[in-house]
Design a protein around this ligand. Sequence first.
Ligand SMILES: Nc1ncnc2c1ncn2[C@@H]1O[C@H](COP(=O)(O)OP(=O)(O)OP(=O)(O)O)[C@@H](O)[C@H]1O
Length: 272
Amino acid sequence: MISVKNLDFQYSKRAMIYNQLNLELEVGKIVGLLGKNGTGKSTLFKLMSGLLQPKSGSITISETDPFRREPSFLSKLFFVPEEFDMPPIRVRDFVKNTAVFYPRFDYSLMNELLKEFSLQDGQNLKGMSYGQKKKVIIAFALATKAELILMDEPTNGLDIPSKNIFRKIMAGHFEEDQLIMISTHQVKDIDTIIDHLVVLDEGGVIYNESIFDLTQKYNFLTISNENAVDAIYSEAVLGGYKAIVSKQDHEETQVDLELFFNALISDYKQFF
Ligand SMILES: Nc1ncnc2c1ncn2[C@@H]1O[C@H](COP(=O)(O)OP(=O)(O)OP(=O)(O)O)[C@@H](O)[C@H]1O
């Protein structure tokens, strides 16, 4: 569905952000997009949405060039940016005016998700906090049923119970013909919902694998003595160490995304 080939991009006269970035992704996945500050995650989402044009290389989404911004393409994509403006109108009017652009929009799901987030469609967006507006836009994004949903830091501004609800609704309302990409630094907010991981660093994609493959290749352990295991990577934590080891006869363990991310950016080549 997404095909990025030898991509590069620069903002006016600034340095190039990528170094011939390549990425292929198919539908049926909820993808976590991780990367240090400034590695170009938000820029990549803007390029995928057609808000920016590549300087070199190409991006195609279902064989379409996003920058052409064709209505038929836009009706299949929803982008939740980190910063956004919403009109000073009631939620129900926002839904009425905007849902028409999304042929698969599910009005009853929208109402259900608003209820989950303890919001009413009669509330005016003007009087809402940043977190409340974010919940409206997350609910709207899922209700579009768009084939491609891009979410940039969706849990920023959400309180603790809302982060829980976010995880629940993401897992419960994803369909196999969709691709959802979530860019975040809040790995705990997404570690139970993503089934695929993409990591950007050094101008390119340094990791692009399913979480299933990760669990089959590695174990994530908490140990008291660093030398107790032959660790690929370890970090000191209160009372011991967290370690990544090659999976042998150990049972499957829950992926520690933060630890894996730190290991990757310290030396990703050790994982290949
Ligand atoms: N509008 C802009 N004008 C000029 N430079 C920009 C603009 N937006 C981003 N940049 C620069 O482009 C690079 C990539 O930024 P981008 O926001 O895509 O990174 P990011 O990975 O999303 O970062 P973060 O994790 O901090 O949100 C950074 O060096 C940033 O300073």
